[in-house]
Design a protein around this ligand. Structure first.
Ligand SMILES: Cc1ncc(C[n+]2csc(CCOP(=O)(O)OP(=O)(O)O)c2C)c(N)n1
Length: 501
């Protein structure tokens, strides 16, 4: 069969453990669509709006922790995947994107649905592959097999992310009416062994020495998936070493009682005197983006002497403009290696570490008390409503927070340590309002637990095609904070003072 190597992509994906494909309508993509729909181990769902479909795929990939296959036809369809592709890139979520294309000879010839699709996602995919358009030579099967193997391996390699394959097809695109599709047996799989990156022994000694010389140590976690092993390691580390620890709501560290969750609030209200006293000597960070603007402003002004960022591999962001060391390691291994740090034994030295830790603790407790009193006074406001919703969530659920005020309110309020079964998700890769609902729909379609989405009206109406399908969503509840527009623009300095507002 002409497109046998394409049909075999479905078999290869299944062999490599992929089980979910999201398909968008079109004709040019027929060979791919048929391959995935007719494969017994691939579950397919179809969505008409490519932008929403790609965010749904992102939600499924995130929830199921595996790359999701995404297929679209040629032309602007592929462009409509772009917002979700960028989000997946920055949130490090693996996607295997197939865009069907016309043969190269027809590009720019004013033929329908024909645009320049190769590398269409620019720098927001880990790699763009061009599949062949000539199926006459036996090398084609080898070429497609090794390319798809490489693409899946790459999507899963840290930092995970989206990978694009552009596939040009010539007509006929469909097999004859009653002809069955077969998948080749014994397809070749190229395996990539998992890699555990840890701190080398000779570096460990030096790190321990420097680490031990500091008294004021602050650890911050950016956006992270809930990870019980990491939580336990960090818990032990901060307890033993008396390290202050900020984890905002998207870090999924709320179940640790020692997590500072109100930093956004007390850093905003406090004086520069307070901020100066909280200035760390050593800042250690892990994870992706941090929501709190006040934490960012504080650290950019009161810079640490050293800033270490722990990350297995990939590009590193200098969010606080203070980076001095990038430590390529899985975070668990890094914290384990610092467990051997000599304890400060001289009472005065040990006291200095403890004093800094207690400064953060005192601010946290003070803010907690004022929060309690603030929220115990009934009021009709979005903040009070969000507080009540967070308080009433069931013990096990997924909480989805849309951009922009929803996620900020939730971060301001914080999740209590007792809410350990709540996992938090937000499109904070690019902070777009265009796919918050679709991502939540993707999570809901692929899990058992209840899902709650808190969103503003603009984000909600922007992404209403999240519901343009017939798949039931009994486990999704949506709370729309309907204030007729973006209330974020009343909060930030600038727009509210202008006559055009
Ligand atoms: C795709 C996209 N377009 C524009 C923006 C800029 N933006 C950030 S927040 C916001 C308003 C959101 O309004 P709403 O959903 O009602 O939430 P609220 O701010 O009221 O909480 C806009 C337009 C964005 N983040 N993403």
């Amino acid at each position: 069969m002409l497109y046998q190597p394409i049909y075999d992509i479905a078999e290869l994906c299944a062999l490599k453990g992929l089980s979910q494909a999201i398909l968008c309508p079109g004709s040019r993509c027929a060979p791919l669509t048929l391959a995935f729909t007719r494969h017994e181990h691939i579950s397919t769902k179809t969505f008409s709006d490519e932008r929403s479909a790609a965010f749904i795929a992102l939600g499924i990939a995130h929830q199921m922790n595996q790359p999701v296959i995404l297929v679209c036809t040629s032309g602007s369809a592929a462009y409509n995947f772009a917002p979700a592709v960028a989000e997946a890139y920055y949130q490090q979520i693996p996607l295997l994107i197939f865009s069907a294309d016309r043969p190269t000879a027809w590009i720019d010839q004013r033929d329908g649905q024909t645009i320049r699709q190769q590398a269409i996602y620019g720098g927001h995919v880990k790699k763009s592959f061009a599949l062949p358009e000539d199926y006459s030579h036996p090398d084609t099967g080898w070429f497609i097999n090794r390319t798809v193997n490489e693409a899946i391996n790459l999507a899963l390699e840290f930092p995970r992310g989206p990978v694009h394959l552009n596939a040009p097809f010539r007509e006929p695109l469909y097999p004859p009416k009653y002809e069955a599709i077969h998948f080749s047996k014994n397809l070749r799989i190229i395996e990539r062994l998992p890699q555990e990156i840890t701190v080398p022994e000779q570096e460990k000694k030096q790190l321990l020495k420097v680490f031990s010389s500091f008294d004021k140590i602050l650890l911050i976690a950016g956006q992270e998936d809930y990870n019980e092993t990491l939580l336990k390691t960090v818990e032990r580390f901060i307890k033993q070493q008396r390290v202050a620890f900020i984890g905002d709501v998207i870090s999924n560290f709320h179940r640790l009682p020692a997590t500072v969750r109100y930093a956004d609030s007390f850093l905003a209200q406090g004086t520069d005197g307070l901020r100066k006293s909280l200035q760390p000597e050593l800042l250690i960070t892990l994870g992706k983006s941090v929501i709190s603007k006040n934490v960012k402003l504080f650290l950019r002004k009161f810079k640490p002497v050293e800033h270490w960022h722990i990350q297995e591999a990939g590009p590193v962001a200098d969010t606080f403009q203070s980076m001095t060391k990038v430590i390529p390691s899985v975070p668990e291994a890094f914290f384990e290696s610092l467990q051997d740090a000599p304890k400060k034994t001289a009472p005065f030295e040990a006291q200095k570490r403890d004093n800094y830790f207690r400064l953060w603790e005192a601010e946290e407790h003070r803010t907690e008390r004022s929060m309690e009193s603030f929220f115990s006074t009934p009021a009709f406001s979005e903040l009070h409503l969000t507080f009540e919703i967070l308080k009433s969530l069931p013990p096990r659920c997924n909480l989805h927070l849309a951009n922009s005020m929803s996620v900020r309110y939730a971060n301001f309020i914080g999740l209590e340590a007792s809410k350990k079964g709540i996992h938090v998700f937000a499109n904070r890769g690019t902070s777009g309002i265009d796919g918050c609902t679709s991502a939540a729909v993707g999570h809901t379609l692929s899990g058992e637990v209840p899902n709650f989405l808190i969103t503003g009206d603009m984000a909600f109406f922007y992404d209403r095609n999240a519901f343009w399908h017939n798949y039931a969503l009994p486990n999704l509840r949506i709370i729309v904070l309907n204030n007729h527009g973006g209330s974020i623009f009343n909060m930030i300095d600038g727009p509210a003072d202008l006559p055009e507002k």
